[in-house]
Design a protein around this ligand. Structure first.
Ligand code: GAP
Length: 536
């Protein structure tokens, strides 16, 4: 299969209920997305896997869930008020705004070179706190979860009596007023982070930095990302964030190329130091702004040296949304399972050619949308057998719904796709939104239906496995629907199951079909729980 494109992922996510554009019925809100019934399951499974690996399976970690709204002083002393900025330029011709480091002195919208000088734009969202709107009553929506951990350092230490090294883990929302949110859920204005602040003895930070890098790479592999699609980028000194002594970026091969999935920063004693009072007494190594507002020293009493010290911090910080995007990218696959008859292939090719002509002629389409559609259609046309499954994504591209001949193309492509192709999400079973789907071979056979419903219910009963019942199509179609959303196993209940088939030895058994191999086997109903427990 050719490398998956963002359009294919966007199309699948919308079509099957993973991810929708935010506030869609009101024309959307740029940089926001809503996770649908399947998306929320996938996202929750990813977060649960992270929490299990980093909190439950380690003996040096505590969890936290801090408030999103924090005292504004947090962001003064963290350095965000001053430095959490992106360089912004305006195009004087079309009045669009861009991140200076994302464009090459030419406006991507109108091609003009008449741009303003870059100026810093702070990315924190401001919101009013309380009923009186005055200068002092605002707060920020947190742009990272990290600061909630730092300001709670003493609370966690006092209530858990932890010894160094130990960490605090948190998953939660973060907000950034990105100048150009783009690339689906890769760069959005509201997203979630999975962050760890790991506190170590000064002098051991380099060793821990390397250990966390290895650990985090191993974890991303364990949830299904392949080594070929992961890279480590050592951030050059000149590009480091204000708090960082050294940073590794874990890069994933998204459809837009290798981009950051997680940052692993060595933050020295900057954070605890900058939020502490009486900093002169702390012997800090980091350069911090003087803090006359904090009421606490964020220090650790070292029983060996019998002195208070400020721990150093290693911070693995991953984006949940980028994690979901990486999982989808990795898992997405289109397979031709049967040849398409020459007549059908010709009919689809003709419909595609007519659609392309119509796009080229359309006066309703903005140039950008038209060019993107033509480029995609041309690629599909070049290798129709390998790319036919991309037609639904083509027809979901922005602007495509205004092309009347799109309906005809869909009408020709759908039967060919149904018959000869399948889209599969090869998600790890533990991450798949639905673990098992149960089908009755015939939906008007009451005993088969009752058995199927009972199996679904009993598999769902202990609550750790999402299962569904579906009888809304022929079995082949139901299999393909589940393949497309990554369901690892499908069960079919047939006449043999209820003792009315040809083979009496199959009574009380069902067919279990594996998503990836498409192999089927008979499994006794009584053994299903055990069968799936080891597999999902
Ligand atoms: N506390 C450190 C911190 O926030 P970061 O590199 O700015 O570091 C960490 O963010 C991770 O959060 C990134 O690696 C990325 O996965 C995710 N992230 C950051 N900005 C994002 C955005 N606008 N949309 C989606 N994810 C984002």
């Amino acid at each position: 299969m050719p490398a998956v494109t963002m359009d294919q992922l966007v199309s699948l996510c919308k079509r099957r209920g993973f991810i929708f554009p935010g506030s869609d019925i009101y024309g959307g809100l740029q940089g926001t997305y809503d996770f649908g019934p399947l998306g929320v399951e996938l996202k929750n499974n990813l977060k649960a896997a992270w929490w299990r690996a980093n909190v439950y399976e380690r003996d040096d970690m505590e969890g936290l869930d801090a408030a999103i709204l924090m005292n504004r002083l947090t962001w003064k002393y963290s350095g965000h008020e001053e430095t959490f900025t992106d360089p912004l330029v305006d195009c004087r011709s079309c009045r669009s705004r861009w991140r200076a480091d994302h464009i090459k002195d030419t406006c991507p919208n109108c091609g003009s070179k008449d741009l303003t000088e870059p100026r810093p734009f702070n990315m924190m969202f401001k919101t009013q706190v309380g009923p009186v709107a005055d200068d002092g009553s605002y707060a920020y929506l947190r742009p990272e979860t990290a600061q909630g951990i730092f300001v709670n350092f003493n609370n966690v230490l006092a209530t858990t009596s932890r010894k160094l090294p130990f960490g605090i883990a948190q998953i939660g929302k973060a907000f950034r007023n990105e100048i150009n949110p783009r690339n689906f859920i890769f760069r959005v204005r509201e997203f979630e982070q999975m962050e760890i602040e790991f506190f170590v003895m000064p002098g051991t930070e380099d060793e821990w930095h390397q250990r966390w890098l290895d650990d985090r790479l191993a974890w991303w592999r364990s949830v299904g990302l392949s080594s070929d699609n992961l890279q480590v980028y050592t951030v050059p000194k000149a590009d480091l964030a204000h708090y960082s002594k050294a940073t590794y970026d874990l890069m994933y091969r998204f459809p837009i190329g290798f981009e950051e999935l997680e940052g692993i920063a060595s933050r020295s004693d900057y954070d605890l130091g900058s939020h502490s009072k009486e900093q002169d007494s702390l012997g800090l190594s980091a350069k911090v702004g003087r803090n006359d507002d904090s009421t606490a020293k964020l220090t650790y009493f070292d029983p060996e040296s019998k002195r208070h010290l400020v721990p150093f911090v290693i911070e693995p910080s991953a984006g949940v949304d980028r994690g979901v995007l990486a999982l989808l990218t990795e898992a997405y696959d289109e397979q031709q399972i049967k040849p398409v008859t020459p007549e059908r292939a010709q009919a689809v090719a003709d419909a595609l050619a007519a659609f392309v002509k119509s796009v080229g002629r359309s006066e309703k389409l903005p140039a950008e949308q038209r060019d993107a559609m033509l480029e995609r259609a041309e690629l599909i046309g070049k290798d129709m057998a390998a790319s036919m499954a991309q037609i639904p994504a083509l027809l979901d591209m922005p602007g495509a719904s205004s092309i009347e001949l799109g309906k005809k193309l869909r009408g020709q492509a759908d039967p060919a796709l149904d018959e000869s192709y399948r889209t599969v999400l090869h998600l790890k079973p533990a991450l798949a939104p639905i673990k098992v789907a149960v089908f009755p071979l015939k939906r008007n056979a009451p005993e088969i239906v009752a058995t199927a419903r009972q199996i679904r219910k009993s598999l769902q009963a202990d609550g750790d496995m999402r299962t569904v019942y579906d009888d809304t199509g022929a079995i082949g179609k139901l299999y393909r629907r589940q393949d497309e959303i990554g369901t690892p196993y499908c069960i079919t209940v047939d006449f043999d199951t209820i003792g009315q088939g040809k083979d009496a030895t199959l009574s009380g058994t069902v067919t279990v079909r594996d998503r990836d191999t498409m192999q089927q086997e008979r499994v006794p109903i009584a053994e299903l729980q055990t069968y799936f427990r080891g597999r999902v």
